[in-house]
Design a protein around this ligand. Structure first.
Ligand code: A3D
Length: 320
């Protein structure tokens, strides 16, 4: 059987890391696409040359032509610009919306059967726009944010409890922005819910609130440290987790920005929810129950995402 074909649209910090991870995990042949001449070609060759030492097989190609993504099984989109210190993700909307238009058209023409994972910010609005521009089925276009936000939450919790990150499960829902909703009640250490751990004296409510806030600010913390761009190792790892679930039909239950029409009381919008990813893309959206307080936080996040979608429609009337 031929190896799966993975197209990475955008060969910047995240794109290059995605290519390296896909190579090491032998997920398939990789095509790196970018408008910058030489960058995708250079990164593809560099990664291919790590093969003899790492011991992987696969073809790696860099390109500036959309025709080379033809027939891709998975497309991961990072094309656009990242934020700099002092910028919010929403400040990227105007410039990245134009990028989504060209990427959506490139995917529509060359890889209409792909499972598409969008990473470009502001995430929930960009994945919505990318779906509109590409015309692909909603279950095949999804945004990466919840896996990363949950991974950050899990990391901070493992530091607090001094336990392995592997034994911490956590859920972050809603839009990928300042209003994201880390769900303490649905997060556990080896199955023990966080509220029980607070009662057991493992931590305090104040420390838990601080961890929740650090999770919300997780992206900005790294932007502040790096100064020249945003996080890329953990975002790439998170998207690869989603791609692997699709390619291997793992049916992982992962929080993703998916198209929700009915579940959680929502009508036809992209926002972070628990999903099952398998061979058909988004196989299922988990219609979890929220408390009044959680629902209020989620509603606020949904309103923020809707505001960004309206802003996209105002910029590009073809989306209205
Ligand atoms: P960067 O290293 O700048 O790479 C972006 C690449 O996109 C560059 O190589 C550009 O040349 C390329 N590009 C620009 N316009 C086009 C175009 N029209 N077609 C094809 N390629 C183009 O950024 P990065 O890799 O660090 O980040 C990429 C995106 O991911 C940004 O929008 C970030 O804000 C976003 N991001 C999202 C998350 C989430 O959790 C959702 C996390 C981190 C970064």
């Amino acid at each position: 059987m031929a190896r799966p074909k993975i197209a990475l649209i955008g060969a910047g910090q995240i794109g290059g890391t995605l290519a390296h991870l896909a190579a090491i995990k032998e997920l398939g042949d990789v095509v790196l696409f970018d408008i910058a001449e030489g960058t995708p070609q250079g990164k593809a060759l560099d990664i291919a040359e790590s093969g003899p030492s790492e011991g992987f097989d696969g073809a790696f190609r860099g390109t500036n032509s959309y025709e080379d993504i033809a027939g891709a099984d998975v497309c991961i989109v990072t094309a656009g610009v990242p934020r700099k210190p002092g910028m919010s993700r929403d400040d990227l909307l105007g410039i990245n919306l134009k990028v989504m238009k060209s990427v959506g058209e490139g995917i529509r023409a060359n890889a209409p059967n792909a499972f598409v994972i969008c990473i470009t910010n502001p995430l929930d609005a960009m994945v919505w726009a990318l779906r509109e521009f590409s015309g692909l089925p909603h279950n095949k276009v999804v945004g990466m944010a919840g896996v990363l936000d949950s991974a950050r939450f899990r990391h901070f919790l493992s530091l607090e409890f001094e336990v392995s990150m592997r034994d911490v499960t956590a859920f972050v829902l809603g839009g990928h922005g300042d209003t994201m909703v880390p769900l303490v009640r649905y997060s556990t250490v080896a199955g023990i819910p966080l509220p029980d751990l607070i009662e057991m004296g493992w931590t305090t409510q104040e420390r838990m609130d601080a961890i929740v806030q650090r999770t919300r600010d997780g992206g900005a913390e790294i932007v502040g440290l790096l100064k020249t761009g945003s996080a890329f190792y953990a975002p790439a790892t998170s998207a690869i987790e989603m791609a692997e679930s699709y390619l291997k039909d793992q049916r992982r239950l992962l929080p993703c920005a998916a198209y929700v029409d009915g579940a959680l009381g929502l009508k036809g919008m992209y926002v972070g929810v628990p999903t099952v990813i398998g061979a058909n893309g988004i196989e299922r959206i988990v219609d979890i129950r929220l408390t009044k307080d959680e629902q209020a936080m989620f509603d606020k996040s949904v309103a923020a995402v809707n505001g960004l979608v309206e802003a996209c429609k105002a910029i590009d009337p073809s989306l209205a």
